[in-house]
Design a protein around this ligand. Structure first.
Ligand SMILES: O=P(O)(O)OC[C@H]1O[C@H](OP(=O)(O)OP(=O)(O)O)[C@H](O)[C@@H]1O
Ligand SMILES: O=c1cc[nH]c(=O)[nH]1
Ligand SMILES: [Mg+2]
Length: 207
């Protein structure tokens, strides 16, 4: 299921982010701000349970999120999306998955994986600013499922209709949260209108 997180502040940040003149330090800050603004929507349906708690005056009931949270940025660009989530969910663990898209074949090429052993008991939030062909996200979700993940959602900044369709077709139960659903992909697999290469813009590695 696709959730487009609509909010005026997110829309304004994204508009500034698309500008090719936005330098890396500003780009990083804006991505971080958007990811923080997305957290309430991405986490709105987390399972909770009632717990007993004390105030200075009496015993009452409170709420606890039932499962621990693991954030999984897809390297590299997912790292740009991580801090905004950690700002609001500092207790989350962080697993890393390295996937690079081969820019000729557009195939996802995995190169790294590190996650806590208890992945199946946690809520997993996979993070990547860009969902283009969907190859990288599909590889990441498949890998995490194989490692035991059972409660998993995906959050991105910009999605293409093709990427959403591919990810939903591979995992019909998945919830995809995006700040924007863009128009299409170009013949090199870049999202239009998009914002270019998110990893390069985040880390200042543009040609
Ligand atoms: O949906 P896809 O067609 O797979 O494309 C999206 C992927 O491409 C980008 O990463 P890239 O491979 O450029 O690596 P980087 O993050 O290291 O720049 C982006 O961050 C996604 O991971
Ligand atoms: O538009 C795109 C597509 C893939 N990766 C990016 O960083 N941007
Ligand atoms: Mg890149």
């Amino acid at each position: 299921m696709l959730h487009v997180v609509e909010h005026p502040l997110i829309a304004e940040e994204l508009t500034k982010l698309r500008d090719p003149g936005c330098p890396s330090p500003e780009f990083r800050q804006r991505v971080r701000r958007i990811s923080s603004l997305m957290v309430p929507s991405v986490t709105a349906n987390l399972e909770t349970e009632v717990v007993e708690c004390a105030t200075p005056l009496e015993i009452t009931s409170g709420v606890r999120v039932s499962r621990g949270i693991i954030l999984v940025p897809i390297l590299r660009a997912g790292l740009g999306f991580l801090d905004g989530f950690l700002d609001l969910i500092p207790q989350a663990s962080v697993a890393h998955i390295g996937v690079a898209r081969n820019e000729v074949t557009l195939e996802a090429e995995p190169y790294y994986l590190k996650h806590p052993p208890t992945i199946g008991e946690h809520e997993i939030i996979v993070l990547d600013p860009m969902l283009a062909t969907g190859g990288s996200a599909i590889h990441a979700v498949r890998t995490l499922h194989a490692a035991g993940a059972r409660h998993l959602r995906f959050a991105c900044l910009v999605a293409s209709p093709q990427g959403v369709a591919a990810l939903e077709s591979a995992f019909p139960e998945i919830h995809i949260h995006t700040a924007c659903l863009d128009r299409c992909l170009n013949d090199r697999g870049y999202i239009l209108p998009g914002l270019g290469d998110a990893g390069d813009r985040l880390f200042g590695t543009c040609a």
